[in-house]
Design a protein around this ligand. Structure first.
Ligand code: APR
Ligand code: PHB
Length: 390
């Protein structure tokens, strides 16, 4: 098989890239190692920056998001029993975020690719990119025991943190930057009405908690937990009790609990691999970087990578000009590092760090007090939360 852009990974990055390229007449093939059911069963975050929402609309996949998603013009931060609203719209000249699950975004993209006859190979095993430095890269893979070879002009590595693409860049070329946080997030999805119309990020002496949602009858809650915690030790009752103990008393009293329909633990990590290009291979999304979920930036960063990468491919194929391809890594990394900083900052602001000294704890409290009392501080938070420009 032959195509123009071979895409490894059928998560949001790979599917969005293939959709945008298709609309510009550029061919691609997506190779995904898991089944579609598996990909669509993954519960991930659900806050989309305006830039991503606009990209989905212009890629022809924004209709359901506009019907079923919810625009949020603010969120709350709770600390020492007080809740304070971060007025995103007021502080950013009218910007907002869209609450719409990543799982739904992925489903919309799969449906659009199917309708347009896009090729997405699922259950592709042993996917391996080759010949990256030569002008003729190709990807080999197996499907149902049969070996295949996909020849292409370029390879987009959109295969997430554990994928094969980043590993195909020689270690001597790769520079990795990493910070692993000493805790995880225990998340619960429940068919209960959200405790509030907007998200609440809670700092408490017992640790961080987040009240989020998917819609009016589906809530998503998280509590900070030990890094080696076993999800089996968390009954629903224990989860709800722990969550309540971290919320302001009035908020806890309003919480409606119910059986969990999903419960999982995720570690928190900041990670960047540089450069994002090696010869004819380009990394995008989680394949190149990971952020802790506190700032809701994972999916949004994948989107800005895809924006820069798709623009670069479009320039190459329509103008025979490689400038943007040559600049891709540098351009994308500039925005990535700003989101790294913001996600690290928000994580540091709101979590309980086991190793913190009394001094560190006082600084954290002062930072929260500053945020509660300074519009300038809230403006900086809001500007980053709604998303820096592409
Ligand atoms: N071969 C083919 N596909 C692979 C391989 C491989 N060797 N390894 C991983 N994949 C697939 C995974 O099964 C997954 O479907 O690549 C896809 C990568 O998808 P994601 O991990 O979702 O990464 P990405 O598309 O970059 O999405 C960005 O935003 O909210 C964050 O981390 C969250 O997934 C999210 C991300
Ligand atoms: C979620 O709804 O899953 C969610 C929302 C905001 C975050 C992280 C996760 O910062």
């Amino acid at each position: 098989m032959k195509t123009q852009v071979g895409i490894i990974g059928g998560g949001p990055s790979g599917l969005l890239l293939s959709q945008i390229l298709h609309l510009k007449g550029i061919q691609s093939v997506v190779l995904e190692q898991k089944s579609r059911d598996y990909v669509l069963g993954r519960i991930r975050a659900g806050v989309l920056e305006q830039g991503l929402a606009d990209m989905l609309r212009s890629a022809g996949v924004g209709d359901r998001m506009d019907r079923e998603g919810h625009l949020h013009g603010g969120f709350d931060i709770a600390h020492e029993g007080q809740r304070m609203r971060i007025d995103l719209s007021g502080l950013t000249g009218g910007k907002s975020v869209m609450v719409y699950g990543q799982t739904e975004v992925t489903l919309d993209l799969y449906n659009a690719r199917d309708e347009m006859g896009g090729i997405v190979v699922d259950n592709a095993q042993n996917v391996m990119p080759h010949n990256l430095k030569a002008g003729t890269p190709y990807v080999t893979y197996e499907k149902e025991g049969v070996s295949h070879r996909l020849e292409c002009d370029f390879i987009a590595g959109c295969d997430g943190f554990h994928g094969v693409s980043r590993q195909s860049i020689p270690e001597t070329v790769r520079q990795e930057y990493e910070k692993v946080y000493p805790f995880g997030w225990l998340g619960v999805l429940s068919e209960t009405p959200p405790v509030s119309d907007e998200l609440i990020y809670n700092h408490s002496d017992r640790g961080f908690a987040l009240c989020s949602m998917r819609n009016k009858s589906l809530s998503r809650y998280y509590v900070q937990c030990d890094i080696d915690e076993d999800v089996e030790n968390w009954s629903d009752d224990r989860f709800w009790e722990e969550l309540k103990s971290r919320l302001p008393t009035e908020t806890a009293a309003q919480l409606i609990t119910g059986p969990s329909i999903e419960k999982s633990i995720a570690p928190l990590r900041s990670f960047v691999s540089e450069p994002l290009r090696y010869g004819r291979l380009f990394l995008a999304g989680d394949a190149g970087h990971i952020v802790p979920p506190t700032g809701a930036k994972g999916l949004n960063l994948a989107a800005s990578d895809i924006y820069y990468l798709s623009e670069a491919f479009i320039q190459y194929y329509t103008e025979q000009n490689e400038t943007r391809l040559n600049e891709y890594s540098q351009t994308a990394l500039k925005r990535i590092w700003k989101a790294m900083r913001f996600s690290w900052w928000m994580t540091t602001l709101l979590h309980r760090f086991p190793e913190n000294s009394d001094f560190d704890a006082r600084i954290q409290k002062a930072e929260l007090d500053y945020l509660f009392n300074s519009e300038v501080a809230r403006k900086a938070l809001a500007e980053n939360y709604v998303g820096l420009p592409y």
